[in-house]
Design a binder for this molecule. Structure first.
Ligand code: HEM
Length: 459
């Protein structure tokens, strides 16, 4: 039967408002009313989007590499990332970029960034005031931005780095607000003026800095000795032997910034919020980072945090062929996405699904399609291993140096920032330097080859 699963009867404007303002109650009420799969209709779109939460359905969706992207991703991100972004291209063009960009992001390469990430984290942590309320989220944004500037862009010129440090957050902030997302959808619906036009001047300033960086890299006789990801991308070649042109390198740099900065900072802020609300887990993790006896609990904490607080709520596809699903046949052309939050809170996959229990991942890794914070298939997050590694280094340094307490009694609630689910008040904590800290731990291990944890990208 080629009908879509049922969904809320409200007009698209109401569904959009509920999704933008209170996404979790919206999705949970749909689950209660319609079960594992339902169709929602957002303003500015002519066809509904089917949301799924059953791992078998997600597997069926993600294992067909031919499906395209729903238009939402391009509407929100194209003005900033540019038309050649690996996150936005489809089909053969996407796969060619992905092949080129995968090697620098492989798990085993991450050790090369250990010192950089640690230096950035330590500098930030040492600047935290003691005994006063502090929001973790903006502090982690500073860390992840600096890590991208150094490890991905490889900017060594101090003045240029300072300019980018000022300009890039403006670009990111200007695209983050819910009201801007409303305006973009309204302009699409009523063909109004582009609400993102104001970004052009800012983008031009950033582009000039990035093109200067790329030009220097091309002229560098010792380019193949450099470790940063831009250098590896300048050297990389497509199958026909050609490399990326400057404009494409610029698009990929902004893509990596936008995809990797806010997401990782948000995941770190959520992890901090969960830890300060669960003293037993915080104590156990602190004990682990104080010794040199592996990082099993740290990995479990990160996996559980990304389960219970998935940063990116949707990672959808536009079907290029029919998809069989729970008695329905979704026709080619339908937009379909896992509702990641709903998958991660299924009681059949996770007993006591709303409880933060890292122990559940100590002996068992999550199943591939029951744990999808990084999406899946040939579009699975390219930076998953990078994010996992960065989180482990930053959390290790944070707990080795700081004692953390919650500054407010209740746990953070979810708000939207751009395409992410973010902690509403920025995770407010009070921290003290640890007088008792043990300096023994020296390095965070790369994920061994072949082990796909929070993890090595597929495809
Ligand atoms: C905790 C942090 C992160 C989360 C939760 C996250 C999540 C995601 C998700 C859900 C997708 C879409 C996958 C799909 O459609 O199946 C994605 C794609 C992507 N991410 Fe991440 N990401 C994170 C960190 C990073 C980092 C650090 C980088 C790079 C520095 C990065 C680069 C990318 C790129 C390039 C894509 C596009 C892949 C493609 O379309 O082939 N991400 N990410």
């Amino acid at each position: 039967m080629t009908v879509l699963p049922p969904g809320p009867p409200e007009p698209p404007s109401i569904q959009t408002a509920r999704w933008l303002l209170r996404p979790i109650p919206f999705m949970e009420s749909c689950r209660r009313r319609f079960g594992d799969a339902f169709s929602v209709t957002f303003m500015g779109f002519t066809t509904p989007m089917v949301m799924l939460s059953d791992p078998a359905a997600i597997l069926a969706l993600y294992t067909n590499p031919k499906h395209g992207l729903p238009p939402g991703r391009s509407i929100a991100l194209m003005p900033v990332m540019g038309p050649r972004s690996v996150l936005l291209l489809e089909g053969a063009e996407h796969l060619a970029r992905r092949r080129l960009m995968l090697p620098p992001f492989h798990g085993e390469r991450m050790q090369a960034y250990q010192e950089t990430v640690r230096d950035v984290a330590v500098r930030e942590l040492e600047s935290w005031p003691e005994g006063v309320e502090l929001a973790v989220h903006p502090r982690m944004q500073a860390v992840t931005l600096e890590v991208i500037l150094r490890a991905v862009f490889g900017v060594t010129d101090v003045a240029r780095r300072e300019r980018l440090r000022t300009l890039l957050p403006k670009l990111l902030d200007s695209t983050a607000s819910v009201s801007l997302q409303f305006k973009v959808l309204i302009s699409r619906r009523y063909q109004r003026l582009d609400p993102l036009a104001f970004l052009q001047k800012l983008s031009a300033q950033i582009d000039a800095l990035l093109f200067a960086e790329i030009a220097e890299r091309r002229a560098d006789p010792n380019l193949n000795e450099r470790e940063d990801i831009l250098s590896l991308l300048v050297l990389a070649q497509f199958e026909d032997g050609e490399g990326m042109i400057d404009e494409e390198l610029r698009d990929q740099l902004l893509t990596l910034l936008l995809a990797g900065h806010e997401t990782t900072a948000t995941a770190l802020a959520w992890t901090a919020d969960l830890l300060v609300r669960h003293p037993h887990a915080l104590r156990r993790l602190t004990e682990e980072v104080d010794t040199d006896e592996g990082d099993a609990y740290l990995r479990a904490v990160i996996t559980e945090s990304l389960r219970l607080r998935p940063v990116v709520p949707l990672a959808g596809r536009r079907l290029t062929s029919d998809l069989e699903l729970n008695g329905y046949t979704l026709p080619a052309g339908t937009d379909v996405t896992p509702a990641i939050w709903l998958t991660h809170t299924r009681p059949d996959l996770y007993p006591e699904p709303y409880a933060f229990r890292p122990e559940r991942f100590l002996d068992e890794r999550p199943t591939t399609y029951g744990w999808v914070p990084f999406g899946g298939g040939v579009r699975r997050c390219l930076g998953a291993a990078f994010a996992d590694f960065e989180m482990r280094v930053v959390l290790t340094e944070m707990l080795r140096r700081r004692r953390l307490d919650a500054a407010v009694p209740s746990a953070e609630r979810v708000t939207r920032r751009n395409v992410t689910f973010s902690p509403r008040r920025g995770t407010r904590v009070i921290t003290w330097r640890r007088a008792d800290r043990s300096p023994s731990r020296t390095s965070v291990q790369a994920t061994p080859a072949g082990r796909r944890v929070a993890g090595t990208p597929a495809g």
